[in-house]
Design a protein around this ligand. Structure first.
Ligand SMILES: Cc1ncc(COP(=O)(O)O)c(C=O)c1O
Length: 397
């Protein structure tokens, strides 16, 4: 048996990854993956943009690039982020290989084995696995429909051993689907101030809002720029262009940036130049804005189809959020329900989702499940939701 390190010995393939195999079976309607719809990718626009590049840019696309990112993309992305009110001049921007890498780098920058890290419960599985890989002690704080529990956060802050950071996904949460209220963000800021606990603010879905009136609520904490909190803001091209580009970013204070750049150097030297050139052209052409406006409408339609089907088919005892953006609806079942049993039945019936315990930092709580509507047509949603509802009724009565 090879003698692996302690850190990797405890790593397990996530349920979500295992499910991807199932989800790709053509006879199964998958509400499992958080993948954009293939039919929505701007394939022709990107082909044209690449074709129109001069030879120097095309050559640069094949070449290694600087670790922080191609200068031209850093500049155009700064412009994109400035429009959200983000303080790009007072911070440093680092292009990463997906925002998953940003989370991994931040985990490496802050966590020593057995140190506590605060996360939401439920929490994005990719963040959990990144922090686990540095042997963090994950402390989950409950989330309600307005955001993270402030009482829960206070209790964690009062514990003796100070947490290394707090990680949150306030804008169309994965998996809970919620959008933090402005009030909850204010309370969160007030609670963190003076604690010297950095905040990792993951904004992978914020551009995918369904309602213009939510724009103020979508203002990142990083843009509010609160006094005395080191906010590490992460974002991604995955949901606004394509995850296959493997491009994300972090916008962080200088001192944190310096460590992160060193970590990235040893991880992959640089993110793919090829896709950085394409992302840069996509932003500079202005098409990122029209494209995102278009997919917002499409996801809104898919979400509405799922909401209608859930209203019609779910039993009353199931609680769930009506999404205002993003990809997900989170179903909470009676306390003793086991979502894995429900999932097994649903798969037999021809639909799949992700069981709640996947997103529990402790890997236990399983009376919940995540449905994604992003990668299905309204027709598939209308066909798949009754299968899930039937499985819920069979198990929960
Ligand atoms: C909340 C959240 N953060 C980060 C990511 C990572 O995205 P990527 O590495 O593709 O940028 C995802 C992907 O689904 C996500 O849901």
């Amino acid at each position: 048996m090879p003698r692996f390190s302690k850190a990797v010995s405890s790593l397990r393939s996530s349920e979500i990854r295992d499910l991807m195999t199932l989800a790709s079976r053509p006879d199964i309607i998958s509400f499992a993956g958080g993948m954009p719809g293939n039919d929505l990718f701007p394939v022709e626009a990107v082909e044209e943009l690449y074709g129109a590049l001069d030879i120097k840019k095309k050559q640069a696309a094949f070449q290694y690039g600087p670790t922080p990112g191609l200068p031209s993309l850093l500049e155009s992305l700064e412009g994109f982020l400035e429009k959200k009110g983000l303080p790009v001049k007072e911070n440093r921007l680092l292009i990463t290989t997906g925002s998953q890498q940003a989370l991994n780098i931040l985990g490496k920058a802050f966590i020593d084995p057995a140190e506590p890290v605060l996360v939401e419960n439920p929490c994005f599985i990719g963040a959990l696995s990144a922090f686990r890989s540095y042997e963090a002690e994950l402390r989950g704080i409950p989330v309600d429909s307005d955001g993270i529990s402030i009482e829960g956060l206070r209790q964690e802050i009062e514990r003796n051993e100070k947490a290394k950071f707090l990680y949150i996904t306030p804008y169309f949460h994965n998996p809970a689907g919620i959008l933090y209220t402005a009030e909850r963000k204010k309370q969160l800021i007030a609670t963190l101030q003076g604690t010297n606990i950095p905040l990792i603010e993951d904004d992978a879905y914020g551009d995918l809002y369904f309602f213009e009136e939510d724009k103020e609520r979508l203002r990142p904490i990083k843009a509010i720029n609160p006094e005395g909190i080191n906010v590490c803001y992460t974002g991604s091209f995955s949901k606004i262009l394509g995850p296959g580009l493997r491009l994300g970013w972090m916008l962080v204070p200088e001192k944190i940036y310096e460590k992160c750049e060193l970590i990235k150097q040893s991880a992959d030297a640089c993110s793919p130049s090829f896709t950085q050139v394409l992302a840069d052209a996509f932003i500079r052409s202005g098409q990122i804005y029209s494209y995102v406006a278009r997919v917002r409408q499409e996801y809104k339609k898919r979400a509405a189809a799922m909401v209608a089907a859930l209203r019609e088919h779910l039993p009353d005892y199931v609680q769930w959020n009506e999404p205002r953006g993003g990809f997900y609806i989170w179903l909470t079942l009676p306390d003793d329900a086991d979502a894995t049993r429900i999932m097994t039945l649903a798969v037999e019936g021809g639909a799949v989702f992700v069981a709640g315990k996947t997103f529990d930092p402790a890997g236990r709580q399983n009376n919940s499940l995540r449905l994604s509507y992003c990668n299905n047509t309204p027709e598939q949603i209308a066909e798949g939701v009754p299968i899930v509802a039937k499985a819920i009724r069979t198990i929960c009565g």
